[in-house]
Design a protein around this ligand. Structure first.
Ligand SMILES: [Mg+2]
Length: 153
């Protein structure tokens, strides 16, 4: 498993892995509007996350996800309760962003990661290159950035 080999490089160090949702562990639907609970889970990836969570006590999984409306926070939590219930509520960061506003999703995720105060190694896995680039451009906590394809093979 590729991600397992990557994470082994950190030995026993505490690692926080922040997972994006849409396009990373949830099938990205271009018509985004339909009910969240019907969104297809990417089960091969979710299985890897579960395996790593169960076998590496130094790795903690978090969610770092953005939605457009407050009610979607609850919808995403219901989906997570079904497919990744072991990610505790406190470790699910779901932030509302006005899609018409001036702040990009990349800004939101970068600002969140930059204000973390931890000695843990921080990893972000995201399918959106704009977000990865935004974090890279001002990466106060030296977040290690991976495209979602790290969850393949
Ligand atoms: Mg995404």
């Amino acid at each position: 498993m590729f991600i397992e080999e990557e994470l082994k490089k950190y030995g026993d160090k505490n690692i926080r892995v922040y997972l994006d949702m849409d396009g990373t562990i949830v099938h990205y639907n271009i018509d985004g509007a339909f009910d969240y609970d019907k969104k297809r889970p990417l089960l091969d990836r979710i299985d890897k996350v579960k395996y790593l969570n169960d076998n590496y006590p130094n790795i903690t999984f978090y969610i770092l996800s953005i939605c457009h409306e407050k009610k979607q926070i609850n919808e995403k939590n219901i989906w997570l309760d079904k497919y990744l219930p072991y990610i505790e509520k406190d470790n699910r960061v779901i932030i509302v962003r006005d899609p018409k506003g001036p702040i990009t999703s990349g800004d939101v995720k970068r600002n969140y990661l930059n204000q973390l105060n931890t000695k843990d190694t921080i990893i972000l896995i995201d399918d959106d290159v704009r977000i990865l680039k935004a974090v890279k451009s001002n990466n106060r906590n030296h977040v290690v950035l991976y495209k979602d394809s790290i969850l393949s093979d």
